[in-house]
Design a protein around this ligand. Structure first.
Ligand SMILES: Nc1ccn([C@@H]2O[C@H](COP(=O)(O)OP(=O)(O)OP(=O)(O)O)[C@@H](O)[C@H]2O)c(=O)n1
Ligand SMILES: C[C@](O)(CO)[C@H](O)COP(=O)(O)O
Length: 240
């Protein structure tokens, strides 16, 4: 088993909810594209990792100069996030061993800290059914009635926001995603496929500022988060 993780970064989304003039991974964040910022964070935590970057085959904006890893490959993205991840796993089939840890991280989460990345990786190396970064829900949860009014208040005890990275042994993740596809299980994150096999990945309590840039206001928030992290930490240097 290689303890240095494989990194899979799905970056083939269109950023429809962002509604910008380009996919959100190419929007500038503290002076560099979101994609470059996210890869910088991953590289700080795992400088020798092998990277699979999933990109839209028709993407004309990508610049390989943004990739700080020595060992990396470009993989075609699929129709949905899960299809992009499956393509990446297939692309490394000849090189990855079943026990190798694979961390999947959204390109849209540039604020993940080195400390959380390393804690997640340590948990994945230790745990045969994998782990994910997550944060306990902090708000009161309402369910709507489908017509803009409250139907009820949901108990929030035990609810977590799933983040990325999510990490699993290579063989387990491939098996889980293949089984989910076969049985029509909806997969919005890797853990849900593993859960569908009856396994319980570990929740690793993470910082709440591991924001997924999704809506227009998130970009300014991410910029503030990076600046605050840089001021507070020696691990995460000031954005250049
Ligand atoms: N076919 C797809 C769809 C999404 N992603 C990636 O999966 C991550 C999470 O997806 P999301 O935040 O939904 O990004 P988008 O699909 O770009 O956004 P939207 O749903 O608003 O269009 C992003 O890093 C995105 O680039 C991908 O690699 N392939
Ligand atoms: C994987 C994920 O980041 C976990 O929160 C999230 O589900 C991806 O976002 P999407 O909108 O479901 O693509």
């Amino acid at each position: 088993m290689s303890e240095t993780p494989w990194l899979v970064v799905p970056a083939a989304g269109q950023g429809r909810r962002m509604g910008a003039d380009r996919p959100k991974q190419y929007l500038p964040l503290a002076g560099a594209p979101v994609l470059a910022r996210t890869l910088q964070r991953l590289h700080l935590a795992f400088p020798r990792a092998r990277l699979c970057l999933c990109l839209d085959p028709e993407d004309g904006r990508f610049d390989p100069a943004w990739v700080p890893f020595a060992d990396w490959r470009r993989v075609p993205g699929g129709a949905e996030r899960v299809d992009s991840v499956v393509n990446a796993l297939m692309a490394i089939a000849g090189d990855a061993a079943d026990e190798d840890p694979v961390l999947v991280h959204d390109v849209a989460r540039p604020c993940v800290t080195v400390d959380d990345l390393r804690r997640l990786h340590a948990a994945v190396v230790e745990d045969p059914v994998g782990a994910l970064l997550a944060a306990p829900v902090a708000d009161t949860m309402k369910r709507d009635d489908g017509a803009g009014r409250v139907r009820g208040t949901e108990p929030r005890a035990g609810l977590w926001h799933a983040q990325t990275p999510q990490g699993f042994p290579y063989g387990l993740l491939r098996r889980a995603l293949a089984a989910a596809a076969e049985h029509g299980v909806a997969v919005t994150d890797e853990a849900s496929a593993v859960e569908a096999l009856g396994m319980a990945p570990r929740l690793i309590g993470a910082r709440r500022d591991n924001l997924k840039i999704t809506h227009p206001e998130d970009l300014a928030l991410a910029e503030l988060i990076l600046a605050a992290q840089a001021a507070a930490s020696s691990h995460d240097p000031k954005p250049r």
